[in-house]
Design a protein around this ligand. Structure first.
Ligand code: SF4
Length: 411
């Protein structure tokens, strides 16, 4: 977008909507029904709502001034009512393999910690100090592979799960993103150079999607809708660390998306060491819920397993994992850890990764090693945000490296 000089007071110039005074609603929070109700309440014919959706989701235009088939008065109303972009991109990295990552600052959180607190445990809630240190930022990534353009997006600001190998969990949860903020990430990634349109979406960025259930499911409706992004359900994946109750609830969701369970360890003892949230449910209880998912939806689950060198990458771990995968008819996605500065975990060797996969395959489990993407940028989840925060200010007096808010000491 380019800014209007605003000299003639005309609203049909190139006017950046986010800058319009009084624009109170985030456009991406509105589904078709709400938008058409708003157009009708402002005396516009019903088809105007569809024309606006066509501009945004089909043509990628978010500047009312360029919506040439709308009457000028409608364009003015639109720009007064809505801001289309609430996030400000404060870092943009491109990797040699085409992966691109955005660090987006949000002026305000979409919602607070949400109404799921009574259902889902919230661990390590961010302290005021860590909020000051890190700001209201989330990451999203565009991953190209052949014709695919996958958007890996965040659902929360920070994360309640606190996986010890992940920079996103440092400082805990600071808040939920709104449906609009979730969708805006997809929109922004779709505008990057080299992206014609986003073909796949994975909820594998910052946050636990099922802990922000209402906003995530609302966002999925727009992702999937023909009037919205039009992405087919099987190309949308929700990845959860999992609580049995949340998985069971998700079985009832009307859009047949793919579910992935981030298991990361094959037994309770090891899982609790690396995933604090694991104290709330056993592996067995989780697999029961996954079994129910398979029975009720007929859709296979993918088990995500991040391989941490010397921690969970031994052949005996693969044996246990194979047993679980066969029990719930799951595929296994093996992910080689991307090291995060200051964290005491290491990328496993290629030999160990291949041996792990081969144990699974010998047990007739469908196991893939996910290609490492964007290794020459801060590609691990939360890493860019973490690095941005920890390099954004000098240590305070008496503070040693590894002691800043949001930074863990290295091993
Ligand atoms: S790996 Fe996922 S669930 Fe775990 S802390 Fe990071 S963002 Fe949260």
């Amino acid at each position: 977008m380019t800014a209007s000089d605003g000299q003639d007071g005309s609203a049909d110039r190139s006017l950046p909507l986010a800058a319009v005074q009084g624009a109170t609603e985030h456009f991406f929070d509105f589904n078709r029904e709400r938008l058409c109700a708003w157009t009708a309440s402002n005396g516009m014919p019903r088809h105007v709502g569809d024309q606006i959706l066509d501009w945004v989701y089909r043509k990628g235009t978010i500047d009312p001034a360029q919506m040439s088939n709308l009457a000028k008065g409608y364009r003015v109303l639109l720009s007064e009512k809505f801001s289309f972009t609430r996030g400000r991109t404060i870092a943009h990295q491109s990797a040699s393999d085409g992966t691109q990552k955005l660090l987006v600052a949000w002026g305000t959180l979409g919602t607070t910690l949400g109404d799921q607190q009574s259902v889902l445990p919230i661990l390590g809630q961010g302290s005021a100090q860590s909020q000051v240190a890190r700001g209201s930022e989330t990451e999203c990534v565009m991953i190209p592979a052949d014709a695919r353009r996958t958007a890996c997006i965040s659902s929360q600001l920070g994360c309640p799960v606190g996986c010890k190998f992940c920079a996103s969990g440092i400082g805990g949860l600071e808040g939920n993103l709104s449906a609009g903020q979730i969708l805006e990430q997809v929109y922004q990634l779709g505008r990057l150079q080299g992206v014609d349109r986003i073909s796949h979406v994975v909820f594998m960025g910052m946050g636990e999607p099922l802990a922000n259930y209402a906003a995530v499911t609302d966002a999925i409706r727009t992702l999937n809708a023909p009037w919205g992004f039009g992405i087919s359900a099987r190309r949308i994946t929700v990845s959860t660390v999992g609580l049995p109750a949340a998985i069971r609830k998700f079985c009832d969701f009307e859009i047949p998306v793919t579910l992935a369970l981030s298991l990361h360890a094959p037994n309770d003892a090891l899982r609790r060491e690396i995933i604090p949230w694991a104290e709330f449910s056993t592996v067995d209880e989780l697999l029961d819920a996954c079994d129910e998912w398979f029975t009720r939806t007929g859709r296979e689950i993918t088990l995500e397993y991040i391989l941490l060198g010397g921690v969970n990458d031994r052949p005996e771990h693969a044996e246990e994992l194979a047993f679980h995968a066969k029990r719930i008819h799951a595929n296994v996605n093996l992910i080689r850890y991307n090291e995060v500065r200051g964290m005491p975990f290491h990328r496993p060797s290629t030999d160990d990764v291949l041996r792990f996969q081969s144990v699974l395959r010998q047990r007739e489990v469908n196991a893939h090693i996910r290609a490492s993407r964007g290794r020459d940028i801060a590609a691990a989840c939360g890493q860019l945000r973490h690095e941005h925060a920890t390099t954004a200010r000098p240590p305070t007096s008496g503070e040693r490296p590894g002691e800043r808010p949001g930074e863990r000491p290295g091993s």
